[in-house]
Design a protein around this ligand. Structure first.
Ligand SMILES: Cc1ncc(COP(=O)(O)O)c(C=O)c1O
Length: 501
């Protein structure tokens, strides 16, 4: 038992010797913990810095530094000629740790208080599919980052970081760096049939942020949203977080079946669609369906969110126009992302707001968002305006078409009736339907054990669909890995235990 003043301090101190932080910092943190926990009471006298140093086997400078820091924070007070005390001011104001409250749960069991929309729906959030660094068969949604023109990119990065200080260090224009908004508008006019002005384009940290912003600005909790079933996971999560009621809308070879969705919820407030390349099944929404969707939205006074995540990668013929490009109702939010055209770590995307929403979005961005780093936006703007972007997309379109063919050939060779793989004419992935009542979850688990990533279609479903299927990515995967993955997946599919299950 330590009898002298500050005994509790010396007894309670736990200085972790293995830590790489300085001793004075650790001592300071420990003393702060004891004071805030109440182990050291307000008004309690501490041992002198000399005694503390001796007892702990640290230098006097170390104990003095810790004392000085805590005096500066107001947790300790030095009384001339008398010593150092735990601040008396803490008597009334000491923060109470949860375990100090009678009947309180242990700190690690504490539950955060959540917003109602999130608390009631958090079970329904789904994790995005993971993206391992090494291209692994058959990861979905990733561009071929190994083929990215890093030399050109690095040159532009260096140029921008040597550029005007204000652009490197200051706040960005909230709606986005104007040269990038201008470059995107020109690119969309030339390539996606969308005639828009730079002022209609808003820069965000990836399409995911666009979904969050749009849902937050247009939906009240309980509003009905037509959502493709199966459909994208990120968009679904943003809508759930906004408290929307998701109405599963069936999809067929022409995209979202508008008549079915209308029967389920004619009073919808929003339709969320991936018309260029339905996520995850890969169909392209026919022009007739697009017009039907626009008519339905006009009648219900609903918004449409068009997620054009990989619409640039159409392998043959001309892609269909975007919904935005044929929209006369001014109800479409068009969302694009650089995650697919460049690379996802950029965290850069954009959306075009319908005219009535532009002032609202401007106010919202200025009040609550400060955008993406100006320099990086400048690099992307130059990359587009100097023509590298168009060249890169053309190259990737050819590469993905080739990889798709390699994948189809491997599927013919290896899957032989066990997995009916669809051809696709665009995008990063395709679907394989399992035959013979095999469970997609069981295949995914067995494939993972062999280092192959396949994603059950049901992960993308709001309500079950009739068939068991797998989503299979090919865009980021070199030929050799496609061959390895197909052979490994074939072994899984041949396992009689799967069929018995
Ligand atoms: C359907 C869909 N939309 C958009 C995105 C892009 O999201 P972000 O721009 O936030 O990376 C993805 C990414 O996986 C996606 O699958």
């Amino acid at each position: 038992m330590v009898k002298r003043a500050g005994g509790a301090l010396l007894l309670g101190l736990r200085l972790d010797r293995g830590s790489d932080r300085s001793v004075s910092l650790r001592l300071c943190q420990e003393m702060r913990r004891l004071i805030l926990n109440g182990d050291l009471q307000p008004g309690e006298r501490l041992p002198s810095s000399r005694t503390l140093a001796r007892e702990l086997g640290v230098s006097r400078t170390t104990s003095l530094t810790a004392f000085d820091q805590l005096i500066a924070e107001g947790l300790l007070e030095a009384r001339v000629g008398s010593g150092t005390y735990v601040s008396a001011a803490l008597t009334a104001n000491r923060p109470v740790a949860p375990r100090d409250e009678p009947g309180a749960p242990a700190p690690d069991k504490m539950e955060a208080r959540l917003a109602r929309a999130v608390a009631s729906a958090s079970e329904n959030f789904f994790r995005r599919l993971s993206h391992p660094e090494k291209p692994c068969a058959f990861v979905t949604g990733m561009p071929a980052v190994d083929e990215f023109p890093m030399a050109q990119w690095s040159r532009l990065m260096a140029k921008h970081f040597r550029g005007p200080r204000s652009l490197v260090t200051g706040y960005c224009e909230a709606e986005g760096f104007f040269p990038l908004r201008r470059a995107i508008a020109a690119h969309l006019r030339a390539n996606r049939g969308i005639s828009c002005e730079p002022e209609e384009v808003f820069i965000v940290n990836g399409a995911q942020q666009a979904f969050n912003v749009i849902a937050g600005l247009t939906l009240d909790p309980g509003d009905k949203v037509w959502f493709e079933n199966p459909g994208g996971i990120g968009g679904r999560n943003s809508l759930i977080a906004a408290g929307a009621e998701l109405i599963p809308a069936p999809v067929d070879a022409d995209g979202l079946v508008v008549a079915d969705a209308w029967r389920r919820a004619p009073d919808f407030r929003m339709a969320f669609v991936t018309p260029s390349h339905q996520q995850p099944l890969g169909s392209t929404m026919s022009l007739e369906r697009r017009l039907e969707l626009l008519r339905a939205a006009a009648e219900a006074r609903a918004w449409i969110v068009e997620d054009d995540y990989d619409g640039e990668f159409h392998y043959s013929g001309r892609p269909l126009p975007t919904v935005k490009s044929v929209d006369k109702t001014e109800r479409v939010f068009y969302v694009g992302t650089f995650s697919k055209t460049l690379f996802p770590a950029l965290r850069l995307g954009f959306f075009i707001a319908p005219p009535a929403m532009i002032p609202v979005v401007q106010r919202f961005f200025n009040a609550t968002l400060q955008g993406a780093p100006t320099c990086i936006q400048g690099v992307v703007a130059d990359f587009i305006e100097e023509g590298h972007f168009a060249t890169h997309i053309r190259r990737m379109r050819r590469l993905y078409a080739e990889r798709h063919e390699v994948f189809q050939a491997a599927a013919r060779r290896w899957f032989d009736g066990a997995l009916d793989v669809l051809r696709t004419d665009s995008g990063f992935q395709t679907t394989g339907w399992l035959t013979g009542g095999v469970s997609a979850q069981a295949v995914a688990a067995a494939a993972a054990a062999r280092g192959v990533v396949v994603s059950p279609v049901e992960k993308f479903c709001l309500e079950p669909i009739a068939d068991e299927g797998l989503v299979l990515g090919f865009s980021s995967i070199p030929e050799k890995e496609i061959a390895r993955g197909a052979a490994a997946l074939a072994q899984v599919l041949e396992d009689p235990a799967l069929r018995a299950a």
